[in-house]
Write a protein that binds this ligand. Structure first.
Ligand SMILES: [Zn+2]
Ligand SMILES: [Zn+2]
Length: 102
């Protein structure tokens, strides 16, 4: 997975832990290269409990690696199942007719 910001490819570290950082951005797991980590406009999702950006995203959940808080990712189905615009106005008009309000 390349750096989400600049597209750089991760190279294997010579030894020890990778300097690349994992984070969650708009509820997708992303990798940030060492160069981009120095920037302050990374726009990563932050934990609602402790404010840490050390999050991991998996199976519809976002887990904080700092404090362990887990929250549900905003499910995309919610957006898809929302009533189409204009429906509530139609229902309102139908109610008006039934109740004789017009
Ligand atoms: Zn980068
Ligand atoms: Zn946290």
């Amino acid at each position: 997975m390349p750096c989400y910001r600049c597209g750089a490819r991760q190279t294997d570290p010579v030894r020890g832990a990778s300097p690349w950082k994992r984070g969650v951005r708009q509820e997708s797991q992303v990798l940030i290269c060492p160069d981009c980590q120095r920037l302050h406009d990374l726009d990563l999702d932050a934990c609602g409990a402790c404010g840490s950006t050390a999050l991991i995203c998996r199976l519809g959940e976002v887990e904080c690696r700092s404090c362990g808080a887990v929250r549900m990712a905003r499910a995309r189905e919610f957006a898809c199942s929302a009533p189409p615009p204009g429906l509530s106005a139609e229902v309102e008009a139908a109610l008006d007719r039934v109740l004789g309000r017009t």
